[in-house]
Ligand binder design. Structure first.
Ligand code: ADP
Ligand code: MG
Ligand code: MG
Length: 275
């Protein structure tokens, strides 16, 4: 078994932008970790971006955000050693069930919001929230990962960010309409709404699916995001159909007294903009 730092390297967990993510086991203590490998060659001039990803992850300590354990450097690789999420991607969890029970979606959504609320309170925006970047631990608790697009935001600059990033399907209308200037935290809130929709419906509300005549190229997808009112599949409960922000989000998870405070933010988000 090949070794990387103190870890034995086992199977591949996912494909990253600059290399694979592998399961590692500590050679002495047997602890399971995820090793996000970055080939120095592939990373090229993007080392500053990777350093920022590591620096931001290091700041965040929350039960719904993957923990950074260590960074290991070799001649060829940078290895980010992070908490292992053995339940895999939320994406696959939804596919396996077709769509989630509203109770389960609610529980996971409360955990997502707990993590997002926490990072925003630390002046960090994620900017790439999507089903592939949300993982589950062995108890099916949600873990936010992949801070590769995350950045600090400052209230002084009026919370505007200059770069466009993340997946187009999760992009907020003000983002697609503003030619790159948008409110960072609100973009995360919109993406969280898209994720909530996807959990409950089993598909993305705005997709670049070629069977959707309006979504098969990015300009059309953006036009679609900006002007299409959402409709929900039949099977959803009356509470969701009516789009009420009073939907009983489980505030018990991780004690979320903040939930009441942030509900108005969801007026931006697809779920609440239906009526
Ligand atoms: P990238 O920035 O290139 O998208 P990610 O950090 O999102 O890389 O990792 C890519 C994929 O690897 C994820 O979508 C997931 O499937 C898997 N993965 C990443 N981190 C973990 C982890 N901590 N535990 C389990 N799987 C992981
Ligand atoms: Mg990713
Ligand atoms: Mg990334």
């Amino acid at each position: 078994v090949p070794k990387f730092g103190a870890y034995f390297m086992l199977q591949t967990l996912g494909e990253g932008e600059f290399g694979k993510v592998k399961l590692g086991i500590h050679s002495k203590y047997g602890e399971e970790v995820a090793v996000k490998l970055i080939r120095r060659q592939a990373a090229g001039g993007k080392m500053a971006k990777i350093a920022r990803e590591i620096e931001i992850l290091d700041m965040l300590k929350h039960p719904n955000i993957v923990r950074l354990y260590d960074v290991v450097e070799t001649d060829k690789y940078f290895g980010i050693i992070i908490e292992y999420a053995s339940g895999g991607e939320l994406f696959d969890h939804i596919l396996a069930h077709r769509y989630l029970k509203e109770r389960d979606a609610c529980r996971l959504f409360a955990q997502l919001i707990s993590g997002v609320w926490y990072m925003h309170s630390k002046n960090i925006v994620h900017r790439d929230l999507k089903l592939e970047n949300l993982l589950l631990d062995r108890n099916r608790n949600l873990l936010i990962t992949d801070f590769g697009f995350a950045n600090r935001f400052s209230h002084n600059k009026n919370d505007l960010m200059e770069t466009m990033c993340g997946s187009p399907c999760y992009a907020a209308p003000e983002l697609v309409n503003s030619e790159g200037l948008y409110v960072g935290t609100a973009a995360d809130v919109w993406s969280a709404g898209v994720i909530l929709f996807a959990m409950c419906a089993g598909y993305l509300p705005f997709d670049d699916d070629p069977t959707n005549p309006d979504g098969n190229d990015i300009t059309k997808l953006y036009a679609y995001i900006s002007r299409t009112p959402l409709s929900f599949p039949e099977h959803l409960s009356e509470t969701i159909h009516s789009g009420a922000p009073t939907y009983p989000l489980s505030c018990a998870t991780h004690g979320l007294p903040c939930m009441v405070g942030i509900l108005p933010l969801f007026s931006h988000s697809p779920l609440w903009s239906l009526s």
